[in-house]
Design a protein around this ligand. Sequence first.
Ligand code: URA
Length: 274
Amino acid sequence: METRPTPEIDYHAALAALEWQLEMGVDTAIADEPFDCYELPEKSAQAKARAPEAPVQPDPALPPVAQVALVEGPDPVAVAREAAGKAQTLEALRAAIEAYDLCDLKMGARNTVFADGKPAARVMIIGEAPGRDEDQKGLPFVGRAGHLLDKMFAAIGLSRQSPDAEAALYITNVLPWRPPGNRDPEPAEIAQMLPFLARHVDLADPDLIVLMGNAACSAALGKRGILRLRGTWAEAFGRPCLPMTHPAYLLRNPAAKREAWADLLSLRARLDQG
Ligand code: URA
């Protein structure tokens, strides 16, 4: 049996190193030492010999499209669409997302972040993806950006804590799992989770939607460029949507709060129209 040297790193240093790696986006432990897996013919031959089943091979009798599907596995978007379509309630949708294994982000996340607030709210906010705080707590917008978001909407009389649908908010994200190191969501990740988001909107049935930042605009409108899109009402998921700059952007660019305030007033006016 292989013997390993006693680690010369104490518990706290090891924990700090691990947390740092998580923060940097490492989500898979492979080996103690880096290696080029393409240069290990002997090891990979041994691994193949141990493999219980032969890998799936294309069947020459099948048409080319079916062969690709067979070798590459199920289409993640089609699987998401089917699972989302079957969900008849928000709880069933949450369970369907938690059971969906075809998005790699899930592997590195502590929690699935589904939603917060009152589902019956007239306003639904769609953010980007959980950050570190949201991943830890399993709720959207609970870090610094979330505190600013709460203050912004409180200024126009809306709160995720309100029991009254008129004054309440319902909050979710395009992605339910934290991207490693808080990187931007990839287009493929947005595409594969979009059927769940569309079903989420259908089931919550808000009057108005706020699209917070580029990822939300990309998912809902198929467009990016939030600084151009913000403040102009659009339509997505069959209802009016207002693109706004993300509170994380406002924390970095406080001068942009002035335009965000104008957008909040536009939302208030639209709500007051009934
Ligand atoms: N940013 C988001 O877009 N969503 C969150 O839940 C937190 C930060």
